[in-house]
Ligand binder design. Structure first.
Ligand code: NAP
Length: 181
């Protein structure tokens, strides 16, 4: 059964984008990272928020612009949106209009691999629906000061996590957690 994994590269101060959705900061932190390589191999499908799908790309200007993980992964993507276009922009991309449908479709497509959840709003909803299994944060050594937070819950909450691993790469420190239910 597929598990849902929320993965992101985050600044030390907790942002997964810079101000205004800027992702150019990430480019210099995309380097050799065996933990990320492992996740990519173990990812069977993507559940992607539409702001991520349409947002800035750290691979902008390269031949891999617009491709998941900079071209390092290929497979079915399920994009959550209330405004699905009539046609898919590329093979393997399916627009879905609600979370439940998106999770079910992404899990079915992933088989026994991970559904990799991309986008903070999408991941929060998966968590609140009791569907998020794990979180992988690659902490990049910088402070962004503004942007989209890894996780936001107005009024606060208390989500317990159990650490599964701590690994180091030249460009990031990786923390992998299980969501305690
Ligand atoms: N640092 C990293 O590793 C990393 C990784 C991934 C993403 N990011 C960045 O994170 C940012 C996006 O995160 P985000 O939290 O702002 O947004 P997001 O989760 O990517 O996307 C949110 C959008 O998804 C659609 N959506 C969400 N829930 C839905 C539902 N239940 N039913 C139907 N549609 C739904 C809506 O799009 P519509 O308005 O079209 O309905 C909503 O505006 C981007 O800037 C991206 O570049 C960073």
């Amino acid at each position: 059964m597929a598990k849902l994994l929320y993965s992101a590269t985050m600044s030390l101060d907790g942002f997964i984008t810079g101000a205004g959705g800027d992702m150019s900061w990430l480019t210099e932190y995309i380097g050799p990272n065996p933990t990320v390589d492992d996740v990519i191999i173990r990812t069977g499908s993507l559940l992607v928020g539409n702001r991520t799908f349409r947002g800035d790309d750290p691979h902008k200007g390269t031949e891999h612009e617009g491709e998941p993980f900079g071209g390092g992964w290929d497979g079915p993507q399920f994009v959550l949106t209330h405004h699905a276009p009539d046609t898919s922009p590329a093979p393997g991309i399916t627009f879905v209009g609600d979370l439940e449908t998106g999770i079910a479709a992404a899990k079915a497509a992933a088989g026994d691999k991970y559904v990799n959840v991309l986008g903070a709003d999408t991941a929060r909803q998966c968590l609140e629906a009791g569907e998020l299994d794990e979180v992988l944060v690659c902490i990049a050594p910088l402070l962004l000061g503004d942007g989209v937070r890894l996780f936001e819950h107005p009024g606060g909450t208390d989500v317990k996590l159990e650490r599964l691993s701590l690994t180091h790469a030249p460009s990031a420190t990786n923390l992998w957690f299980r969501v305690v239910r």
